[in-house]
Every structure is written in C-alpha cells, then in structure tokens.
Design a protein around this ligand. Structure first.
Ligand SMILES: NC(=O)c1ccc[n+]([C@@H]2O[C@H](COP(=O)([O-])OP(=O)(O)OC[C@H]3O[C@@H](n4cnc5c(N)ncnc54)[C@H](OP(=O)(O)O)[C@@H]3O)[C@@H](O)[C@H]2O)c1
Length: 268
C-alpha cells in the first residue's frame, strides 16, 4: 500500500472531493481543505481550514499537515472558481477576486509547500487548470486568462525546481458535472445591455455544458495515473474528445479560422 501524503486544496466538493475519495481508497493519506470545514459533514478524509486568498490560513494548513504527517509528497492545487460575463460589465473587484483565487492562491500554496519539498528532495505538484485556459473564450475572458496564467506559471516553475527533485504538472479539465456553475460569479444579465442577448445565450450554453459534463471520477483516475508516473508530462488534458481536440485545432488552424469556429459554436 502506498502511503504518500497528499494535500488537495478544495477537497469539499466536485473534482477535489472525487480525487480525495479516490486516493483515500487507494491507501494514500489525504488531507483536503475547505474554507468552512465544519460545514462539510460527509468527507471521508480530513479537511483543514484554508482560503487560498489568505496567506495566514495557508501557512497554518500546511503546518498542520506537516506536523501530523511529517511531509507533503503531493500537492494538488485544485481550489478555484468560475466567472462569466461581458468583460465590459464585470466589476473590477470580481476580476480581482477571480485572479486572487485562481492564480495568486495556487502560487501562494506552492510557495508554502516548496520549502518542505526541497528539504525532502522530492515532491509532486499538480495544478488543476482548464481547457478554457488554452484559448480566450467569449464571456469567459477572465476565467480563461486566470487558468492560462496558471498553466504558464507551472511551465516556468517546473524548470526552476527540477534539480531539487520536484515535479510540477498541469491538468486541464474540460467540462465536468460539479457545483462550479452554480457557485461561479455570473455578471448579471442587464436588461437593455448591448450584450444581453448574446451573453444570455452563451451563459445558457455554458451551464448546459457543465451540467452534461463528465463524471469527476475521470479526473481522479487521471490524477492517480500522474502520481504513479515517474516523470510526469508538462500538460495533461482530461475531458470529452472535442474539448481536447479544440486545443489541437487552435494549434493548427489560422487564428481567424479558429475564431470563426468559436463564434459559430457560440452563435455570436
Ligand atoms: N467543473 C468543471 O467543468 C471544471 C472545468 C475546468 C476546470 N475546473 C477547475 O477544477 C477545479 C475544481 O472545480 P470544481 O468543478 O470541482 O468546482 P466546485 O465543485 O465548485 O469546487 C470548488 C472547490 O474549491 C474550493 N474553493 C473555492 N474558493 C476557494 C478559496 N478561496 N479558497 C480555498 N478553497 C476554495 C471549494 O471549497 P470550499 O467552498 O469548501 O472552501 C471547493 O472545494 C477548479 O480549479 C476549477 O476551475 C473545473
């Protein structure tokens, strides 16, 4: 039985919970996190309090895991939130909150964990990004940008810490059926707004995609496979074929053709 110590941010729901359950069943020692662990009654692995926007809570959570288990072998930076809206109409504080959660949060957690991993001369960090981070998607500009930023942070950091025995990788999910759509910030549909009709239509499509998304267990299996890999890849994509293929299309098609495909898809 493998007794690796795993810390998953956002272990209370959706993908993080699925990964935690799966790894717990496989015999790993799993710690998840939640902003309000006392509200989560059904977790099969312990949840420590952590808000990725609060550096003190990150330091306390990491310290708690190290005190209890002596080390952190795998960090899964999974906590994240969605955001939708016409860029022109999204309040600046919501844009900032999204970057605080999806970009500065995971960076802060990595900064807290890296000293332990360097001392251990071993460690694996898996950053949960998004297929939406590979392209600017209409009415998801901020989300695409935050996940794209984390992809590049991973690429760069990977080279900085390789010689310390630490591996870092990105896992980009496509659409998965979780609570993300109900919990994300939606810029309100403003009556009479020039964006009202097309944003409304796109928002309905986005919500349908998440509701009919894959089972988060698929992400858990993928993460498990990565943990078992000696030298993980830089990028992994997990999701429906067309979602993964959209990244290939972006690479091979001229920009304007790709943009046309996206606009047709979203009926813009
Ligand atoms: N579902 C999809 O279709 C999809 C697609 C692409 C990428 N993703 C990414 O996958 C990850 C997991 O999403 P999900 O679909 O599982 O969503 P979810 O069901 O809403 O779960 C989000 C998790 O993040 C935690 N979280 C949110 N804000 C936090 C904060 N400020 N500090 C600490 N934890 C916070 C939540 O914990 P508490 O509320 O308990 O604190 C919760 O456990 C996210 O990074 C998301 O962007 C999801």
């Amino acid at each position: 039985m493998d007794r690796k110590i795993v810390l998953i941010t956002g272990g209370s729901s959706g993908i993080g919970k699925s990964i935690g359950n799966f790894l717990h069943e496989k015999g790993y020692t799993v710690y998840g996190t939640s902003r309000n662990p006392d509200n989560v009654k059904d977790s099969v692995f312990p949840l420590v309090q952590l808000d990725v926007r609060d550096s003190e809570s990150i330091a306390k959570a990491v310290q708690e895991v190290v005190t209890k288990s002596g080390r952190i072998d795998v960090l899964i930076n999974n906590a994240g939130v969605g955001i939708t809206g016409p860029l022109e109409e999204i309040p600046a504080e919501e844009i900032k909150n999204n970057f605080d959660t999806n970009v500065f949060g995971p960076i802060a957690v990595m900064k807290a964990v890296l000293p332990y991993m360097r001392n251990q001369k071993a460690g694996l960090i898996i950053n949960v990004t998004s297929i939406a981070g590979y392209m600017g998607l209409p009415y998801r500009s901020v989300y695409s940008a935050s996940k794209g930023a984390l992809e590049l942070i991973t690429e760069a950091l990977r080279m900085e810490v390789k010689n310390f025995g630490i591996s870092i990788t990105n896992v980009a999910p496509g659409d998965f059926a979780t609570n993300i759509a109900t919990r994300r910030y939606h810029a309100p549909l403003i009556e009479g707004s020039p964006y009202e009709e097309s944003y409304g239509r796109t928002l309905r499509m986005m919500d349908e995609h998440v509701d009919s998304g894959s089972n988060p267990e698929k992400m858990a299996q993928a993460v498990y496979n990565i943990i078992k890999t000696d030298v993980p890849n830089v990028h992994y994509k997990v999701g429906a074929f067309m979602q993964k293929f959209s990244i290939v299309l972006k690479r091979i098609l001229p920009d304007k053709v790709y943009e046309k495909l996206l606009m047709n898809h979203y009926k813009l």
